[in-house]
Design a protein around this ligand. Structure first.
Ligand code: MG
Length: 245
């Protein structure tokens, strides 16, 4: 072999070794497990395949009054509607960390103002409220408007649609963690997307929602029902599902 050929072969060999070594290093950072489970996304308004459907428009079989009696709200045209003074309703099943999808609609005819217009609420674990309110051209205290963490966090923007139109909340809720003795170690956190717009970005919840006074934590179960509020207004809900996280 000529000197030139030997040199060329050596160079090619070196390149090949270097490339292989590079590839090996790439593989070092490839992680093979866990393989994420397959979830079929919902088409249109359908829930994803691993969702727990809480209301599909037909009945209130997954819901009850706070005292355990059957829920009294009405169901028609694929929606449930508050019947004022029949009280809040809650899921029969308890939940901790969840992704929630819920659609709501404030009544079309504008009646009342401020907190008295299309008021309801989504209470995670029966305690932590993301406000439902007709906040379309309806001033109130901002930490009490639609998509606020009631009396705690003002939404980043007001993404409300006009009353009478369906609106969506997509919410990621992380339950609080407590020490044995009852002290909170990890406060609850929540991210809220209202009509496709981020309005709460992983905010820390300060404690139980309170109308008057400051929120505090009281140790509770790991999983508790999701609650919807009867605030006396004819707010409707539809297409409610959760994914446990
Ligand atoms: Mg409310």
């Amino acid at each position: 072999m000529k000197k030139k050929t030997v040199l060329l072969t050596a160079i090619l060999l070196l390149i090949a070794i270097t490339m292989e070594a590079q590839e090996g290093r790439d593989r070092v950072t490839e992680v093979q497990e866990p393989v994420p489970p397959v979830v079929t996304p919902g088409v249109g308004t359908a829930p994803p395949s691993d969702a727990i459907v809480l209301f599909d428009g037909t009945d209130l079989s997954n819901w009850e009054r706070m005292n355990g009696e059957p829920a009294q709200w009405t169901v028609s045209d694929g929606a449930m509607t508050v019947v004022p003074r029949t009280g809040d309703i809650q899921t029969k099943q308890g939940f901790g960390d969840v992704q929630l999808h819920i659609e709501w609609r404030a009544p079309a005819g504008i009646r009342g103002e401020g907190q008295g217009r299309g008021n309801s609420g989504v209470f995670f674990m029966g305690r932590y409220e993301v406000q439902v309110l007709d906040s379309y051209d309806n001033p109130t205290y901002p930490n009490g408007q639609a998509a606020s963490v009631y009396k705690q966090h003002i939404p980043l923007v007001n993404a409300c649609s006009p009353p009478g139109e369906w609106q969506t909340y997509d919410i990621i809720f992380m339950a609080p963690r407590f020490k044995e003795q009852g002290r909170v170690t990890d406060p609850a956190r929540v991210t809220v997307i209202h009509n496709g717009v981020l309005v709460q970005n992983n905010v820390e919840i300060w404690g139980d929602t309170k109308w008057i006074g400051l929120p505090t934590y009281t140790k509770h179960e790991d999983k508790l029902p999701l609650r919807l509020q009867d605030h006396g207004d004819l707010v409707s809900f539809r297409n409610i599902w959760v994914r446990e996280l």
